[in-house]
Design a protein around this ligand. Structure first.
Ligand code: HGY
Ligand code: MN
Ligand code: MN
Length: 412
């Protein structure tokens, strides 16, 4: 039975981990950054040395293909992939696993001369982590990128997408040209770490993803009054940070109490202005993120949290503005792709279970244009989005072989 070569996959994972590597382990490799562009060049060289056709589209997505020079309607590809950008101080597998296991599968299929009725391709989608706008590359490819918003898209530190892409040699305003021709993707399956504890705790090798969560992000800006931190009487202060902190704690409780049972929320970005210890904060800005598998639950929670922000502001004689940033739609995965993954697990003798993804993924965009699904492998201790994110190499081998046999099943 055809199998991937773990040593080759392992050496590529360790090589990619070198771009943006941190001294204590882990990696910071944001989209369009110098380390990301070096990683892109390395990946293109690896794809070409493997004998694949390789190209980069207008949104910066990297492709490697067996039997195709582009995605075209008359030769629909079986597509796999993930992303090579990372969160700050992230792990070496989030995204990288799916891209490099995809490359390993195409190389194994090419070397074995395995029969297939479709061309195969692997993609590295741009800015999956959304430094400038979530799932950017796969949104452009799947035709749901709002190109009118590109000029205003920026990271939370203010760096504009247009500038970041220009430094990397891309014209952001042309990203819409990356849209795939209709019918050019016959199916999509992505290998990814679970980034949570369920598979490891259940002792199950493979997760067959049936649904992917929607993620909603908003800026919440509280404006009070900067004042002297010593001389201003406490009862006269209009402290923007205290209003933000009060809102954050109450919003957390609201999402747990009023959500759908699987709703989660987070405040991962906090800016206080002017930001000196002897000034009462005049302005405090939060990025408020909420996730749920049901779109209408997310919409309701967003409305209730906006009302809560207004209430807290009023009680504290503060102004507040809630500015929506991004909202990805929850997605259901293709039953046909799930069946192909389960059949591959049967062939390989791997235990599997269906589960939903509480992380967002490019696959949720691919569900808009093709039959799409995902394969998860266990994360050690459920750890992810931290430098000690890791999976056992045996789990990585199982996941890559499950991907290989899923791709072969879908290609025939
Ligand atoms: O944030 C997420 O859900 C994914 O890891 N980008
Ligand atoms: Mn990821
Ligand atoms: Mn991630």
């Amino acid at each position: 039975m055809i199998q991937i070569r773990l040593p080759r996959l392992r050496s590529r994972i360790n090589a990619l981990a070198g771009f943006g590597a941190l001294p204590g382990g882990g990696v910071t490799r944001p989209a369009w950054s110098p380390s990301h562009e070096q990683a892109r060049a390395w990946l293109l060289a690896e794809l070409r040395q493997t004998g694949l056709e390789a190209w980069v589209d207008a949104a910066g997505n990297v492709f490697g293909a067996l039997g195709a020079r582009a995605c075209a309607s008359d030769t629909p590809v079986i597509l796999t992939g993930s992303h090579i950008d990372t969160v700050p101080e992230g792990g070496i597998l989030d995204g990288a696993l799916g891209v490099l296991a995809g490359l390993e599968c195409l190389q194994t299929i090419r070397e074995a001369g395995a029969p297939r009725r479709h061309p195969l391709a692997v993609a590295a989608w741009t800015d999956e982590e959304g430094r400038y706008g979530s799932l950017f590359g796969s949104r452009a490819f799947c035709g749901n990128l709002d190109v009118a918003r590109i000029p205003e898209m920026a990271a939370v530190d203010g760096e504009r997408l247009v500038e970041a892409m220009s430094r990397a040699g891309f014209d952001a305003l042309r990203a819409g040209e990356a849209q795939a021709p209709p019918g050019s993707v016959a199916a999509y399956v992505e290998l990814h770490i679970e980034q949570g504890p369920r598979l490891e705790e259940a002792g199950i090798a493979i997760g067959v993803v049936e649904a992917i969560v929607g993620v909603r992000r908003s800026r919440v800006v509280f404006t009070g009054q900067a004042d002297h931190a010593g001389t201003t009487p406490m009862e006269r202060r209009r402290d923007a940070f205290l209003a933000a902190a009060d809102f954050a704690l109450q919003a957390r409780d609201l999402v747990i109490a009023r959500g759908g049972g699987r709703s989660v929320t987070n405040f991962g970005v906090v800016h206080v202005h002017p930001g000196a210890s002897n000034i009462v904060p005049g302005r405090a800005e939060l990025v408020h993120e909420m996730r749920d598998p049901e779109p209408d639950v997310l919409d309701r929670l967003a409305a209730e949290c906006a009302a809560l922000a207004q209430r807290v502001a009023r009680e504290r004689r503060i102004e507040v503005e809630v500015r929506p940033m991004s909202a990805t739609k929850p997605a259901r995965c293709s039953p046909r792709v799930q069946a192909a993954i389960e059949e591959a697990c049967g062939t390989l003798g791997l235990k599997w279970q269906r589960l939903s993804s509480a992380a967002g993924h490019d696959a949720q965009n691919l569900t808009l244009i093709t039959e799409a699904g995902m394969i998860f492998i266990p994360s050690q201790g459920g750890r992810s989005h931290r430098v000690d994110e890791m999976s056992d190499w045996e789990a990585i081998e199982h996941g890559a072989n499950a991907l290989l046999h899923s791709l072969l099943a879908l290609a025939n």
